[in-house]
Write a new protein. Structure first.
Length: 245
């Protein structure tokens, strides 16, 4: 299916969005509503079963400071098409994701990274509402996340996308390799057959909008056109994410 770029997209830090708008993006049922983007935020000993979705929503509200444009910190970006809230991207210093640092193996396998390095930021979730997918919104969100992190002093930014869209929905919330490549990220490791770590040194200039690294203007992109849904809120990490016991 052809991907159609959306012309009137506005992407703002989440604190500049209304809380109600972010909840509109997540919907009234399903994966995003259950998770409230807390999968990588769970504290030691916590599980999704141990707290209601309302508690996770309360935490997200505090993390984003949604509705408070004067706030100096937030945890992501919200996309609008016109006045309609349509997308979300989680982006923060990597150590802010306590579960990512503690539990998940994908970012760390085969690497000698300092897990406490706050100069490295992470994009952990890219979600677009049904009805607005296949329009380039995931790409726009990840490109905006690069600027968002750079403006706040990040030295580098990472993502942990899938190499394929032939996967269950709970895995695709991390985005696709093509989406990150289009924003200038480069693959630095391939910890599993279906997951890669992609990174952008923020001293590097970004790519020409809509152009994947290594492609000349006018060359067809490898983008598969799919915007990733969010995690469904189940306790267990996806099968290729767990730290070995």
């Amino acid at each position: 299916m052809e991907t159609r770029e959306v012309a009137d997209v506005i992407i703002v830090p989440a604190n500049e969005a209304r809380w109600e708008d972010l909840q509109t993006v997540f919907g009234t049922r399903g994966t995003a509503r259950v998770c409230q983007c807390q999968r990588y935020k769970l504290r030691p000993g916590e599980s999704f079963a141990s707290s209601p979705a309302e508690e996770r929503a309360l935490r997200l509200r505090g993390q984003t400071d949604a509705g408070h444009p004067e706030a100096t910190t937030t945890s992501g970006l919200v996309a609008y098409v016109g006045d309609e809230p349509v997308g979300w991207c989680a982006c923060e210093p990597r150590p802010a994701y306590a579960g990512l640092v503690r539990t998940f193996r994908v970012p760390w396998q085969g690497r000698t990274e300092d897990r406490g390095d706050a100069g490295v930021w992470a994009v952990t979730c890219v979600f677009v509402r049904a009805g607005f997918r296949r329009r380039g919104l995931s790409r726009a969100l990840v490109r905006s996340a690069v600027d968002f992190a750079r403006e706040r002093g990040a030295r580098a930014i990472e993502g942990y996308p899938m190499t394929t869209t032939n996967a269950i929905e709970e895995e695709l919330h991390v985005g696709t390799r093509a989406t990150f490549a289009a924003a200038g990220f480069h693959e630095v490791s391939a910890p599993t057959l279906r997951r890669v770590v992609m990174r952008l040194d923020l001293a590097e200039p970004g790519p020409e909008p809509g152009l994947e690294p290594g492609l000349e203007p006018g060359t067809a992109s490898a983008h598969d056109g799919r915007d990733a849904p969010a995690y469904d809120g189940r306790d267990a990490p996806a099968r290729d994410e767990r730290e070995p016991s």
